[in-house]
Design a protein around this ligand. Structure first.
Ligand code: PEP
Ligand code: MG
Length: 755
């Protein structure tokens, strides 16, 4: 006789009874394998569980030698069971012995079985174990049988995930479901955070996977799909699309998936096999996840996120829960884990409870990163599948120094980090003690340290760090976290608050730097092939002078009675600077005419971010009151390496001769013209890089708030003339082999500089 006996639905019903019985975990597993074997008309049914050491242990069997249970252990790169675990994909063979990966285990007595069907036990796309049936006769397992076994594996997944089996394990060989994970990513914001996982987009927990009534579940699924499609259509029609922070192309992709017949068909099939509608959505999504996670194609991975999100939306429709209602009680010591997050969403959380941020995406210069830095939250990005692997409440350590994350860390790792946190606290106390010390090098050179800011939350840093001023105030951040264009009155309020917080210290406001990677969700922009080279920053400001004028008006009014410093981003030609400066003059005239108070003095500067300006330094310096090097952009354009593309962003070292020669040109031109020149890119925030900049002649740097302490501690020990002697000859070297980073590192070490 062939085929499932009584069908999968009968099996699921029986399984539910077994799950409800008050028996030991082992007895329950033993009963389950007997039921499955009988239902699938197989001589053998076995459950292998993936352990923390990444081996597979036989936990239960019907048909193989029972003495092998808890004794047979194999690696994931071994045998057919290992293949299923590794590939997270079903494997059906009518002649298993002839498969190249067949491996023989004498203790199990399995050599007499010819046919093999193994399915992965999956949860959120992660393999927890393998469920196998075997037959003596050569048989071809049907699609329906494979489906049925996959559905059954869901019940086992829940059982393993519940932790019930941990009691059966030897210490150190527990099921891998809750195993400690060491995940690598990239540094977004420095710091160490110890705490517990909070999922920014909580997964809907499906607790009931076995259906009572298939007809009812099919109707529920169909109704939920209908509602999902309708809600996507509404979002697409909605003009206020931007308010929801959604992008049209993503929604278009959602609409396509929501009408995808394959997706629908798979879920209906899963319901027909006896799952609830929720169970079916989860089952199909878990399979898709497992399959797509193995894909290296970034496009496919991106689609996986879309499908995850869509599946979550569908579950919400089924469970009848509105989006975001789960996000209420934030525990103490929360570590936020998300695929990605908008800066506004991060600011919505209670900062005092957040210890860390982990993103599956997130670039080092993305805006959520800038906000995390401003808030002093340790953050790591590009952590693959972080939100899929972590469960709410899991202990987690965010290492924003190394760009690593420890999920469910073992005790010794946790203790080591607790010590590191204490060490950092001591270091912070030392930096705090330097707060009022002027930043003067050992050989008496004053290097002013200003800070980079852009939000209200940054303002306390001015006093806390003892910075000489705000060297770069990124005004676009206020625009980026708003849901509509901030009114002049709102801008005025922020700029006044900034000047008040700075007191006597100078503040350099940069006018709106939007476009490129800085998008305003509520502003319609034209699709551009190369947005970084496109209609952005001062280009946009000059073409849409209304926006620039209103911002300048707010700035000039905020600066009434004090000195005001304004600078323009992305100046590529002096003529742009002239036009922008003329707008400042016109606004001043306008304000004067209307009897408004005016700033005592207005200094107007330009950012050096576009290489063309390197070859117009005399021209720009005869017009501008000061210059500030935006090294993030200057390096990106100098090397033609997209700063937000992780594949190339760190490919070229800014401490290499070409970049250093470019910086030197600016520093020396400033000296020639007697005009102040500073550098405000991320570069200056790193102590070794700051040594190089001081050696090149920069006498003011603008750095992130957390960097003031470390950079100042280094400056106090630095002998600038000695650093010049090391660095400058390397810039004359024509061999192409000069390595300024290495030379400066040796110098720093020999001079005992705290790096
Ligand atoms: C820069 O480009 O270095 C800079 C400071 O500007 P932003 O990072 O805001 O583009
Ligand atoms: Mg820039």
């Amino acid at each position: 006789m062939r085929g499932a006996l009584g069908g999968p639905r009968v099996l699921l019903r029986r399984l539910r009874e077994v799950m409800a019985e008050q028996v030991s975990a082992q007895d329950r597993l033993d009963k389950i394998v007997v039921l499955i074997a009988a239902n699938m008309v197989a001589e053998v049914c076995s459950v292998y569980v993936l352990r923390v050491d990444q081996t597979l242990e036989l936990y239960a069997t019907e048909g193989l030698n029972r003495d092998a249970v808890h004794l047979t252990v194999m690696r994931v790169d071994e045998g057919l069971v290992g293949h299923v675990a590794r590939e997270a994909e079903s494997l059906a063979l009518s002649d298993a012995h002839n498969h190249p990966e067949f491996s023989y285990r004498p203790e199990t007595g399995e050599e007499i079985y010819n046919s093999f069907l193994g399915v992965p036990i999956l949860r959120a796309g992660n393999t927890l174990g393998v469920l196998v049936v075997q037959n003596r006769a050569r048989r071809t397992y049907t699609e329906e049988e494979i489906e049925a076994l996959q559905t059954t594996a869901m019940v086992l997944a829940e059982m393993i995930a519940s932790g019930e089996l941990t009691a059966l394990a030897k210490p150190g060989a527990e099921p891998a479901v809750r195993r400690p994970l060491h995940l690598k990513g990239v540094v977004l914001a420095d710091g160490l955070g110890l705490g517990h996982v909070v999922l920014h987009e909580p997964r809907i927990k499906v607790t009931n996977v076995i259906a009572d009534d298939v007809v009812k579940e099919t109707a529920r699924l169909d109704a939920a799909i209908g509602k999902l499609r309708h809600s996507i259509d509404l979002m697409l029609e909605d003009d206020g699309l931007a308010k929801a922070g959604e992008h049209r192309d993503i929604l278009e992709a959602y609409r396509m998936f929501a009408h995808d017949r394959g997706w629908m068909h798979k879920m209906r099939e899963a319901v027909l096999s006896g799952l609830t509608a929720e169970g079916a959505v989860e089952r199909v999504q878990s399979d898709t996840r497992a399959r797509m996670m193995r894909a290296s194609d970034p496009y496919l991975r991106e689609r996986l996120h879309d499908l995850d999100d869509l599946a979550n939306r569908l579950l919400r429709e089924l469970i009848g829960r509105a989006r975001g209602t789960e996000r209420e009680a934030l525990p103490e010591n929360a570590i936020l884990v998300a695929r990605n997050m908008s800066p506004a969403a991060l600011l919505d959380y209670d900062r005092s409870r957040i210890r860390g941020l982990v993103l599956e995406e997130g670039g080092t210069t993305s805006h959520v990163t800038i906000v995390a830095r401003a808030l002093g939250i340790a953050a790591v990005g590009q952590v693959e599948n972080a939100a899929g692997l972590a469960d709410p409440g899991d202990p987690m350590i965010v290492d924003g120094q190394a760009g690593e994350v420890h999920l469910r860390p073992p005790g010794d790792v946790e203790e080591a980090y607790a010590e590191k946190v204490r060490f950092r606290a001591r270091r912070q106390a030392q930096y705090a003690a330097l707060r009022t010390r002027p930043s003067v090098t050992k050989d008496g050179v004053h290097i002013e340290l200003h800070l980079n800011a852009g939000l209200l939350v940054d303002l306390p840093h001015v006093a806390e760090t003892g910075a000489a001023g705000i060297g770069l105030f990124r005004t676009e951040l206020q625009f980026m976290i708003a849901s509509a264009f901030p009114r002049i009155s709102e801008q005025l309020k922020l700029y006044r608050a900034v000047l008040d917080a700075a007191g006597e210290r100078p503040v350099t406001f940069r006018t709106l730097d939007i476009g490129g990677d800085k998008v305003l969700p509520y502003m319609r922009t034209v699709e551009e092939e190369n947005p970084a080279l496109g209609w952005r920053a001062i280009r946009l400001g000059l073409d849409r002078p209304g926006l620039l004028r209103s911002q300048l008006r707010a700035l000039l009014r905020a600066g009434a009675g004090r000195d005001l410093r304004i600078m323009f981003p992305m100046v590529a030609a002096v003529e742009e600077f002239d036009r922008a400066r003329a707008i400042v003059e016109r606004e001043l005239t306008h304000l004067r005419k209307h009897g408004h108070g005016l700033p005592e003095k207005v200094y107007v500067g330009a950012m050096v971010e576009v290489p063309s300006l390197l070859f117009q330094l005399d021209e720009i310096l005869s017009r501008a009151d000061f210059l500030s090097v935006g090294s993030n952009d200057l390096v990106q354009f100098l090397y033609a390496a997209d700063r937000s593309n992780v594949r190339v962003a760190d490919r070229f070292d800014p401490l290499s001769p070409p970049a250093l020669r470019a910086f030197r040109l600016v520093a020396e031109a400033g000296q020639r013209h007697g005009k102040p020149v500073t550098l405000c890119g991320e570069l200056a925030s790193r102590p070794l890089e700051a040594v190089a900049l001081a050696a090149l002649g920069f006498r003011a740097l603008s750095v992130s708030p957390a960097a003031i302490g470390p950079v100042k501690a280094m400056m106090l020990e630095l002998d600038v003339s000695a650093a010049r002697k090391v660095l400058l000859p390397l810039l004359e070297d024509k061999s192409g082999m000069a390595d300024p980073r290495a030379a400066l590192s040796v110098f720093a070490k020999a001079s005992g500089l705290p790096l």
